[in-house]
Design a protein around this ligand. Structure first.
Ligand SMILES: [Fe+2]
Ligand SMILES: [Fe+2]
Length: 256
């Protein structure tokens, strides 16, 4: 039996620092073998840079996933040349940097991490449901974990049901609020609609409340800044059988 710890969207430098301060101890306490972290908000609250991705990997992540903010910093796109940093697999082929799958060689077994993005209320990428079908045909391990970065709970639930029995885990990200619906689908697939976020807790999804309120009240443009309130870390820990790729247990994790 092995354990994988998945951590939801890390927001800003303050979120990166909180991750670095807690991940080592958390990994030891849970007995996690593998750590996957979503870092799409790690640079300046939105986007990914070389230094923000490095800080997540140095903190102890084996793989960093991303999402709709993956390509926000044009000068930092070479970070996606790294094997262990991925972006949604359903970007149209031919132009987007990087790749959407990372294969981790763990010696006696291997683990694939797939990043996908929903298309409801997000950019019109290729259909994640057909893209994952094609991808799964080429993955040579039963241990497959999917970070499904999506806005709509319906799309995330649907993906969980679609991949039941076909992957080890489906974890929703992007909405930054941890849901309480963790379960093992079909006795095989660990699922949660959203793993939550890692960053300032008293905030609007990690951003300072004032400018967000101004934007909602008056519809005037406002510059969002990462909040400076104390951080929390949200994620899930999954216990799985590395020979069959079946999950046995999923637990929510919150560190304050
Ligand atoms: Fe995010
Ligand atoms: Fe996102």
């Amino acid at each position: 039996m092995k354990k994988l710890l998945f951590i939801g969207d890390v927001v800003g430098k303050t979120g990166c620092r909180f991750l670095a301060a807690h991940l080592h101890d958390l990994k030891a306490r849970l007995g996690a073998d593998i750590v996957v972290v979503n870092g799409e908000n790690s640079e300046n609250g939105n986007g990914v840079s070389r230094s923000s991705a490095d800080s997540i990997i140095k903190a102890g992540a084996d793989v960093m996933t991303s999402g709709n903010h993956a390509f926000r910093y044009k000068d930092e796109l070479s970070v996606y040349d790294e094997d262990y940093i991925i972006r949604p697999a359903n970007y149209p082929e031919g132009g987007a940097p990087g790749k959407g799958v990372c294969l981790l060689d763990m010696g006696p077994y291997s683990v694939a991490v797939v990043n996908l993005m929903g298309t409801v209320c997000l950019e019109p990428l290729d259909n994640p449901f057909t893209v994952i079908d094609a991808l799964l045909e080429g993955i040579g391990t039963p241990n497959i974990f999917v970070d499904f970065h999506a806005e709509a709970t319906s799309e995330k639930k649907a993906m969980g049901h679609y991949l039941t029995g076909r992957v080890t885990g489906v974890f929703g990200t992007h909405t930054h609020v941890q849901t309480a619906d963790e379960m093992i689908l079909g006795g095989h697939t660990a699922y949660i609609t959203d793993a939550g976020m890692t960053g300032p807790e008293l905030s609007c999804l990690g951003a300072e409340i004032g400018p967000v309120l101004e934007n909602f009240r008056f519809r005037t443009p406002a510059r969002f800044k990462t909040a400076t309130t104390p951080c929390f870390l949200c994620g899930v820990c999954v216990e799985f059988d590395e020979k069959s790729g079946k999950s046995h247990k999923i637990d929510r994790v919150i560190i304050r």
